[in-house]
Design a protein around this ligand. Structure first.
Ligand code: PMP
Length: 430
């Protein structure tokens, strides 16, 4: 039975927003352009659910793009934020909590011997790249097609996420001189990296990679891919940067690097470490980090960096996460994807469900999806139909094929059953 859903208020708020906000939104994928329809305006969230302004409730698998692994309005995080706000919003001077937070990060991700706090994943990756260039004295970087590392100029070349969704993986406005210094390889294709590195290693400062890719949909690294990257970069004096803005604290308490047993030179964190507040970090080998100002000659700064409210949220989130059972969360995602795959098989639909830990993507292609090229074989119209059907049944999935869906520690068995029921209807042939 199809529920009749009113989205009148969201519609009205969207038309008002369109007059003063570009595309009505403050980040492109929120506009639902890839899946059709108007975006929902959210009134509130609690646990695994969000409620829109028309009072429709949804099981949320977007979770602020992976940030809310604890779920919405997690009580200890909310408490920490309101207590911190009462003590002052920002000082632009050091606070003890910044050190405590940095200690928690360095303990959980031991390759980060020292860290610098920033306000967004974009800032973390952009600054890590500058630091790598300053440290090595080289200008070029290697990134992978379909990986997204935020929207700084150097990294908006063949980018995933919203850039892929909107068909502008090479954004207008990026100077040719800058993009010339970004070399793009195919994810999981170590030969393409090896060729480039052998011929250009004297110019390459760093290789940056999402150790598990999530911005062309979820794509796992092939066995040996990351180890080979580590070996190559080590051999040729190139820094390896793991962008764990999504992966960090998603698979285990700490970086996914510990699960692969690989030590990058620099790591970027964001999303989960802020418990929903705008905070991110980059860090790594002490000898590299000490090239940052005020100790070294690589400049990077921020008025709101280490903001007391964001740090308080981050500390509370990490404290809560330390006690959580990641194995149970990953098992729930495994089971969800297994049932989805069974249903897809039953309907004889050529689909591929990629899962890593508690994140997953349904691709509408029969091909194995292991890089951007294969991700693009997914039928965008089928994804849009599936998204809208799920939404109409109260399930909020990522509004683009080139994104991940996430589970949180707040998702329940009831959410699971509701999702499966909706999924079985959404993938039924009309
Ligand atoms: N790196 C990765 C892997 C990301 O997924 C993102 C954002 N989705 C970023 C960097 C940029 O983070 P932010 O949006 O906080 O700037």
């Amino acid at each position: 039975m199809k529920r009749r859903i009113s989205r009148k208020i969201s519609g009205r708020l969207y038309s008002q927003a369109l007059k003063v906000l570009v595309g009505g939104v403050n980040s492109p994928v929120r506009a639902f352009k890839a899946v059709g329809g108007d975006p929902l305006f959210i009134e509130k969230g609690s646990g695994s659910h969000i409620v829109d302004e028309d009072r429709n409730s949804y099981v949320d698998y977007c979770l602020s793009w992976g940030a809310l692994i604890l779920g919405h309005a997690y009580p200890s995080v909310v408490r920490a934020v309101s207590q911190a706000a009462g003590r002052g919003m920002s000082f632009g001077a050091p606070t003890e909590n910044e050190t405590l937070f940095a200690q928690a990060l360095t303990r959980a991700v031991p390759s980060m011997e020292k860290v610098r706090l920033v306000n967004s994943g974009t800032e973390a990756t952009m600054s890590a790249i500058r630091l790598a260039r300053g440290f090595t004295g080289k200008d070029k970087i290697v990134k992978f097609e379909g990986c997204y590392h935020g929207h700084s100029d150097s990294l908006l070349v063949k980018a995933g996420s919203g850039a892929a969704t909107f068909g502008v993986p090479d954004s207008h406005g990026v100077p040719r001189g800058v993009s010339r210094d970004t070399i793009v390889c195919a994810y999981n294709d170590i030969d393409s990296v090896s060729r480039i590195v052998r011929s250009k290693h004297k110019e390459i400062a760093a290789v940056i990679v999402e150790p598990v890719a999530a911005n062309m949909g979820v794509i796992l690294p092939d066995p040996g891919f990351l180890a080979a990257l580590r070996e190559l970069t080590h051999k040729y004096g190139i820094l390896l940067i793991f962008d764990e803005v999504i992966c960090g604290f998603r698979f285990t308490f700490g970086g996914v690097q510990s699960l692969f047993g690989i030590t990058p030179d620099l790591t970027c964190l964001g999303k989960i470490i802020g418990g929903g507040m705008p905070i991110a970090a980059y860090g790594g080998r002490r000898d590299i980090m000490d090239h940052l100002s005020p100790l070294g000659g690589v400049y990077q700064a921020g008025t709101l960096s280490g903001n007391p409210i964001a740090v308080a949220a981050g500390l509370a989130a990490l404290k809560a996460l330390k006690l959580k059972n990641y194995i149970a969360l990953n098992t729930m995602a495994t089971e969800l994807c297994r049932v989805m795959e069974d249903l897809l098989k039953r309907h004889k639909l050529p689909c591929t469900v990629n899962r890593a830990g508690s994140m997953f993507t349904v691709f509408f292609t029969g091909k194995r999806v292991s890089d951007y090229r294969s991700a693009k074989t997914s039928d965008a119209r089928a994804y849009a139909r599936y998204f809208r059907s799920m939404l109409d049944q109260g399930i909020y999935m990522a509004p683009s094929q080139f994104e991940a869906n996430f589970l949180s520690f707040s998702h329940t068995d009831l959410d699971f059953k509701k999702t499966i029921m909706a999924f079985s209807r959404a993938v039924k042939r009309p």
